[in-house]
Design a protein around this ligand. Structure first.
Ligand code: PEP
Ligand code: MN
Length: 362
């Protein structure tokens, strides 16, 4: 199973000869709404039509999906327009129905990926299917849980797999509805390089303005495709209205995305890149040397505090230090968020060193 995830080439993701583009409404509302949306989508750029039939909603009382009849509508979209179809399944019953109606692509939503019980029951219901199953990241940033879901599917002989980065819930409000974690997505790719990764800019952004920016960021990291929500009349959508766009806008976004090549054989580019990389390597070495030096100084401070019986943590000193670093960093064009993260890590390490000295009997 581990071998399958590591070794199998996921041909399904390469069949279009271009990045996979899945578009369609957040929710199926009526057959006419689906047909019109699909008719207005450009088949040269969009490969798969999506619609949510069963909708996981944060609050009860919101529109929870049209249910089984939506699968029939999806099939009619396919019959009339030729688009392949995709829908979300959130339990074994959904999985069985989606297979029965022969939906082409199935995805597991973020709220299902968090639950090993749900993923297991879906995997068993789909046992041996050749249909691609695409797993959205869990709502919490847990890489093992995400990979574990793929392992559960693979263990049931489901071989055509993919994932979608749709961002992560945060308590603090940010400019995103669900904050992307690019580093985690890269870590995923490092662990399972053959599993295609799609971006879902709609659920990351939560609004129309950020869709292009998020999509481009993903393709800069060589994502394999995109799933984007599109409605014939976005303002009137029964769910996720603020993040849906018309099929015409989807096309504009897709056309505007610059695809980056994995590498280039342009020799001027390669030698310029090499030079810059040497520069980075040297700077990184300097950073490590400076950190090592700083920790030595922390050690001496620890000893001094111990000799004089003074507490390790001095909140005022730490507040001042961090504020100054953020200001200085800003003047040098560094993001305060980055400076804060780095300083917190350094401060933490420094405290650990001093604690060790304090408890040391010598
Ligand atoms: C969806 O794609 O409509 C959906 C419910 O997404 P998520 O699972 O990412 O919240
Ligand atoms: Mn949605």
């Amino acid at each position: 199973m581990g071998n399958l995830l590591l070794e199998k080439d996921q041909e399904w993701a390469k069949q279009f000869g271009q990045p996979i583009v899945i578009a369609g409404p957040c929710s199926a509302e009526s057959e006419e709404q689906m047909l019109e949306t699909a008719r207005r989508m450009d088949k040269n750029y969009i490969n798969i039509f999506r619609a949510g039939i069963w909708k996981p909603r944060t609050k009860p009382g919101s529109f929870e999906g049209v249910g089984e009849i939506g699968l029939k509508w999806l099939n009619n979209v396919k019959k009339e327009t030729g688009f392949k179809t995709a829908t979300e399944i959130a339990n074994a019953e959904h999985a069985k129905l989606a297979l029965e109606y022969d939906i082409d692509y199935l995805w597991i939503g973020a709220r299902s990926t968090v639950s090993p019980f749900i993923v297991q029951e879906i995997a068993e219901a789909l046992k041996g299917t050749k249909k691609p199953v695409i797993v959205k990241n869990p709502v919490n940033p847990d890489l093992e849980l995400w990979i574990g879901a793929l392992e559960r599917l693979a263990a049931q002989g489901i071989e055509n797999l993919g994932v979608i980065h749709r961002g992560f819930s945060t308590y603090k409000k940010t400019k995103y509805r669900n904050k992307p974690k690019w580093q985690m997505a890269l870590d995923f790719k490092k662990r399972l390089p053959k599993i295609p990764m799609l971006i879902d800019p709609s659920h990351i952004a939560g609004n129309r303005e950020l869709l292009y920016e998020v999509s481009q960021q993903a393709f800069d990291l060589e994502y394999d495709g995109i799933m984007i929500e599109s409605h014939r009349n976005p303002d009137e959508a029964w769910s996720d209205a603020s993040q849906q766009v018309t099929p015409e806008r989807v096309l504009e976004i897709i056309k505007a995305i610059q695809l980056r090549m994995h590498s280039s054989d342009n020799s001027a580019y390669n030698s310029a890149l090499q030079t810059l990389r040497y520069e980075i390597d040297e700077l990184d070495q300097g950073l490590l040397d400076a950190l090592a030096h700083r920790m030595k100084v922390s050690e001496r401070i620890g000893l001094l505090k111990k000799e004089n019986n003074v507490a390790i943590y001095q909140p005022n000193r730490w507040d001042e230090l961090l504020e100054k670093a953020k200001l200085d960093g800003e003047k040098s064009g560094l993001s305060t968020e980055m400076v804060e993260k780095i300083y917190k890590a350094i401060h933490q390490a420094s405290i650990e060193i001093q604690s060790k000295i304090m408890i040391d009997k010598k």
